[in-house]
Structure formats: C-alpha cells, structure tokens
Design a protein around this ligand. Structure first.
Ligand code: ADP
Ligand code: ZN
Length: 665
C-alpha cells in the first residue's frame, strides 16, 4: 500500500501497489492514481507495510502506473514538508510543491515516457568563469571560521555581523570549502540573483564546477538540469534564492543565509514560509550548521545572538582598513520651496564627482515621473477605482497607473472635484530625477534602473554593464540598485528621500529604513578613493537617520528595541497576521469583527489586536481587514487559528493566517 497525495487534493489517500509495480515505487515517486472517475498525478508519501491493514488492501484501488520512479524527495525533505505544512498551516501539496521548482514538476507531470529523454539532453557547455583567487583570511575571519566549525559540530547557528565589504562572502566561501572537503554539501541562500550576477561568478570562480544555481530567473531547461544535477549529487553546492533552501542535496552540512534580514526570504503566497526558518529546521533535522550574515541583522536574529542562542561574530571593518564612507544628512526643509529633488548640496557634489571622472549612484525609492497628479485648485488626486491608493503619473506613457493592480487611464483633463483644469505633479519619481541630473550635468550618460526600465529579459544585466564599464557615469534608481553592486569607482551616493519609508504604518519601518540606508551607503568607496554619502531628509534628527549617518547598528538596535518592548512587537513576541478580504466593505468588516471576537475568547495565551482595516484598505476591488495575534509561540497561535477560526459563510471571502508576517500592509 502507498499513501499518495495528489494535485488538487488536500490530504493523503491510500492505494494498493499492483504486483507488477512492486519494487518500482519509492517514497517520493510520481504516480498516476484513479480518483473517482478521474486519473490524477500524485506523489508517494509513505509505503505502509502494516500487516494489520493488509486485510484491507484488496479494497484499495491500485496505482495505475509509475510516472517517475526517481523520488523527488528523500525522507528528509518529506519530513521537512510535513513540518512546514503544520507550522505554516498549508496543505501537503502546497508544501511539497514549494520544495520542487515548477519546471521540474511540470516536466514530471507531462512526463509519461519522455522523462528520460529530457534528462539526458545536455546543456550547451557553460561559459568559462574567471578564477576567483584565494585570499588569506584575516584574524576576524579566522575567528568566524572557527565558530562555524563549532556550530557545525553541534548543529548551531553563527550570526556574522559585518558591514558591507567586511569580508563575509570570503568567510562563506571558505566555510563551504571546508564542508566539501569533509564530503558534505552546502546550501547558500542570497536574496536576489538576477540583480547580482557577480555572486554567481565569485562562487563558481572559487569553488568551480560543483556549484549549482537555482532561481526562478533561469530558463526552464537550465533550472531542471541544475536541480537534477544536485539531486544526483553531481553538484554539491546549491546557490540560490529563497526556494533553494529545499535544494535536493542528500548530505547538507551547512546552510548559509546571506543578508538574512531581507524580506525576500519570506514567501507571500501559501505556504508563507521564511527561508531562514526553514533552514533552521532542515539543519536541525540533518545535523548541519547555519550561518546568518548581514551588515544590518534583523532585530530578531541580533536579539537571539545577544541572548546566546546564536554565536555572534563581528567583522569590524573592511579589510586593509578601507574606511567606511562619510555620511552627511541634508536638511530638506530649507529647500522645500525650490520644488526640486536634488538639494544644492547634492547637486554640487554630483557635479564635483563627475568633473573628477568618478561615478555617482542616486537612489529614489519610487518610480514614475512624479508619484501623483494633484488639482491645483482643490487638491484632488486621482486614485485607483479598485485600490485605495493614488495613481502614479508616468510621463513617458502619458498615463496614470495603479502600482498594485496595474489599472491605468489617461490623466483627467478636468478635475472631477472642482472642474479646474490645472494639475501639478506631486511627489516625484526616478524619471524626474533622471531629468534633473541631465540638467545639472548635460551630456553625461545616465542609466536609470527601476521596474519600468528593467522589465525586459536581460535588461538588468545590460544596464548594469553600461554603468559598470564606465560608459555611464550616473546610476539613478529605486531600491533595486542598493543590492549587491560592487563598482569601485562609485565615490558618491545620494539618497533623495532617505526618510520616505520612516512613517509607513509598519512596526519595522525604522528598521527597514536603516537597512536600506546602510546598504546603499555601502555602495560608496569600495575602491581606492574614499566615498561620500548624502542623505536628504525632512526629519534629519530622527534617531534612525542619525544611526545610519554614524554607521551605528547598535544605536538603531537599542532605540528600536525600546519601542518594540513597549508596544509588544517581535522580537518580544511572535506574530500571526489574520487577513480577511471581501468585495463588500460591510461584510468584510462584520466578519473581521466576528473572527476577532471568537479568537479573543478562545486564545487565552495570546493578545489579539484589531480587527482594523489594512493600511492598503482596498486592493483589486477587495476590502481588506486584518488582526494581529501576539504570543510567545507561533505554533500555539497557529493551532489556535486552526481550532477556532471558523471561516465566514458565503462566497467571495478570502481568509488566511500569515505566521511571522514580514509585511503588514
Ligand atoms: P562582504 O561579503 O562582507 O560584502 P566580501 O567578502 O565581498 O565582503 O569582501 C569585500 C572585499 O574585500 C572583496 O573584494 C574581497 O576580495 C576583499 N577581502 C575579503 N577578505 C579579505 C582579506 N582577508 N584580505 C584582503 N581582502 C579581502
Ligand atoms: Zn489598483
């Protein structure tokens, strides 16, 4: 007998194994099963040998055939999927499917007999990679490596805290080498690979042909090939984004989570897993070590390290004593009336650096020419008819657009409020910033990177190459440019609105702002010449900006921890967010209130906050309400939700629970 879970089903079912298939079925095999009048593709979860149930077996319907005998999952990944479905409150299938890349699964389903062919077809030979030479570790790096060895021996975790450029990657590379020398394997997670081709080059350049790369930006064929090579053990290091935490390695000895604070490690749809959490779980199952690295660790991780639950290793500076860039805060209140994005200070610094043939990065976390149109007479701002947010003005397209649902329309000619016809552009985006730069340094080539200019295949790479090769002198962009770029001749970084996100309705707003500023500041002065950073802000005395200006993570940590403790937020508790949506505002509200009452009555250990409308009250035509559950253990909160959240009756309700939510919008 086998227990099988199939697509479209939420629980396992039991089937018999017909004699001709005996021996050909393993845990993890893909099989075809009868289900009512239909045939479904399923995955084998367990082979049951219980003789007591044997008597039943002739009532069981038999498997029809084995589509792919090679199991997708070893016992350990099945165990992990089982844990995940309970911890994150998702179905078996959601859990299993998140562990295998879509192209691998689709292939298996379409498989029938064709599977073999696909797997033997090989890719064109990989382009040669430049060797990335060995560097003798310094003392801090030696200490880190020693701590990682100890952590591996006991299944522990090391938190590596070091500013950008302090040599963390060098530590990961060596630690991975040591694991490989012992005959074990490693998983290295990075938040983003499409934007950081340099990362792949470094790992392949040092570790050679044993590195497999897994991320959704790869073409299907290549993704399948890499996945199966890891599965077969031809490759021993899995380098990839979030879902690479499920890389099908048999003997993982080390999990590296680089930039562990990044929100991209959290999956937004079900299962709502966090790759860092899954790495802990998987490492514990197989007896592996975990290394978390960051210049700006999440408050949660740093707190655990200070409590002694993780080993904290600090890399104090950049190798060779290269100084961190000097950071200056520009008070924008004085310049409000000029109606320009660039203050005179930043404008001057820009001209200066260009005159000296250096490069400049300017960050503005917003796209479009201006963020909204506003009636000059009555202040009316066009908003999305489906979502409760202002529409963004895109000058190049001559349209206003919603950045949540992509609704677009021509700009209003006449104000629906007052019949006025004069509109001004409020806020401003990267497009206008680019125009201002061109005014200041005419004829100097500028590259703009935001989701408008990078939507085409390979666009990121092309734009980055234009800047990296020195062809363009100025790089203008949204937060996507803050990630991982390493261009030695960048000596000036300007952040146009450093405090833009400080007042977002999210308890992590200050932490996120600090992280972004520290990261983007790390782009300056990576080469010989010292770097400079200018932060423009309306609130120049905010503790978070002052901490960023002095590169003082601990100052930010302590000031934020005081607030979190006071208001009871992580790391002083765990959260589960319950989100409910419905097209009708009254029904959404009424059900949210009902659910809130019932959870408050039953969850004695938890504190229930809300319900309240979400900051984004309406999205794609649905009204959104949420509740926050606070308690010491996520599992307890999720058990409470499972036991006491009775789903609303009636069609069109969506309700889900998000454990350890990373977004409260
Ligand atoms: P991080 O990952 O913390 O940003 P990297 O590992 O990328 O830092 O190191 C930053 C730069 O310093 C790289 O160019 C790297 O080659 C160099 N580097 C790292 N460790 C050393 C060392 N021990 N001695 C000299 N240079 C080093
Ligand atoms: Zn919309």
């Amino acid at each position: 007998m086998v227990e099988v879970t199939a697509r479209a089903l939420n629980r396992p079912f039991t089937y018999g194994i017909p004699p001709e298939l005996q021996g050909g079925v393993q845990v993890g095999s893909t099989v075809e099963v009868p289900f009512g009048p239909r045939r479904l593709v399923g995955f084998v979860l367990e082979i049951l040998h219980d003789p007591g149930a044997e008597a039943l077996s002739h009532h069981l319907r038999p498997l029809l055939r084995v589509l792919d005998p090679t199991p997708f999952w070893g016992q350990d990944l099945l165990g992990l999927a089982d844990w995940m479905r309970r911890f994150y409150g998702c179905t078996w299938l959601e859990s299993l499917q998140s562990a295998v890349p879509g192209p691998v699964l689709r292939r298996a389903r379409a498989a029938r007999a064709a599977t073999r062919r696909s797997r033997t077809r090989s890719l064109p030979p990989a382009e040669p990679v430049a060797a990335y030479p060995e560097i003798a570790p310094n003392r801090a790096q030696e200490l880190a490596l020693e701590a990682i060895r100890e952590a591996r021996a006991v299944g522990g975790t090391v938190l590596l805290h070091g500013v950008t450029g302090s040599g963390k990657t060098e530590v990961y590379l060596r630690a991975v080498q040591e694991v490989l020398e012992e005959g074990r394997q490693a998983v290295v997670l990075v938040p983003e690979l499409a934007l950081t081709p340099q990362a792949v080059e470094r790992y392949r350049g040092r570790l050679g042909g044993t590195v497999g790369v897994l991320h959704s930006g790869l073409p299907d064929l290549e993704r399948r090939e890499q996945w199966w090579s890891l599965r077969r053990g031809d490759l021993n290091v899995a380098l990839g984004t979030r879902s690479a935490v499920f890389a099908p390695l048999e003997r993982p000895g080390l999990f590296v989570v680089d930039e562990e604070h990044e929100t991209s490690y959290k999956q937004e749809g079900a299962p709502r897993y966090h790759a860092r959490q899954v790495a802990f779980q998987r490492a514990a199952q197989v007896g592996a070590g975990v290394v978390l690295g960051s210049a700006t660790p999440s408050l949660e991780s740093y707190h655990l390290a200070r409590q002694g639950r993780f080993r904290l290793i600090e890399l104090p500076g950049r190798p060779g004593g290269r100084p961190l860039p000097s950071v200056r805060i520009v008070d924008m209140r004085a310049h409000l009336r000029r109606g320009r994005l660039l203050s005179p200070d930043l404008g001057e610094a820009l001209r200066d650096r260009i005159a000296q043939d250096e490069q400049v990065v300017l960050l503005l976390n917003r796209r479009g020419f201006a963020s909204f149109l506003q009636c000059q007479e009555c202040g009316f701002v066009p908003t999305c008819p489906e979502c409760s947010i202002s529409l963004t003005w895109h000058r190049a397209r001559g349209l206003v657009r919603c950045h949540y649902c992509l609704h677009q329309e021509p700009p209003p000619e006449v104000c629906p409020g007052c019949q006025g016809s004069r509109f001004r552009t409020g806020g401003a985006g990267t497009e206008r910033l680019e125009a201002e730069v061109q005014e200041l340094v005419p004829g100097v080539p500028v590259v703009r990177m935001d989701s408008d200019t990078t939507s085409g295949a390979g666009a990121h790479r092309r734009l980055l190459e234009r800047f990296g090769s020195g062809q363009a002198r100025v790089l203008v962009g949204t937060r996507m440019i803050a990630k991982g770029l390493d261009f030695p001749s960048v000596t000036l970084v300007g952040v146009v609105r450093a405090d833009a996100e400080l007042h977002m309705p999210d308890f992590r707003a200050a932490e996120r702002t600090f992280q972004l500023l520290a990261q983007v500041a790390g782009r300056a002065g990576r080469g010989e010449r010292p770097g400079e950073v200018l932060l423009q802000a309306m609130d120049p005395e905010h503790p978070c900006l002052l901490a960023a200006a002095t590169h003082d993570y601990k100052a930010m940590f302590h000031s934020e921890m005081a607030i979190r403790k006071e208001a009871l937020y992580p790391p002083f508790c765990r959260l589960v967010r319950v989100l409910l949506t419905h097209p009708d505002p009254d029904r959404a509200e009424a059900e949210a209130i009902r659910i809130g009452r019932s959870l408050s009555a039953h969850l004695r250990q938890a504190r229930v906050v809300g319900p309240a409308p979400c900051p984004v009250e309406r999205l794609r035509g649905r009204h959104r309400w949420h509740l926050l559950l606070k308690g010491p253990k996520v599992q307890e909160l999720m058990d409470g939700v499972r036991n006491y959240l009775r789903p609303p009756e009636g069609p069109d309700f969506h309700v889900f629970a998000d454990p350890d939510p990373q977004s409260l919008m």
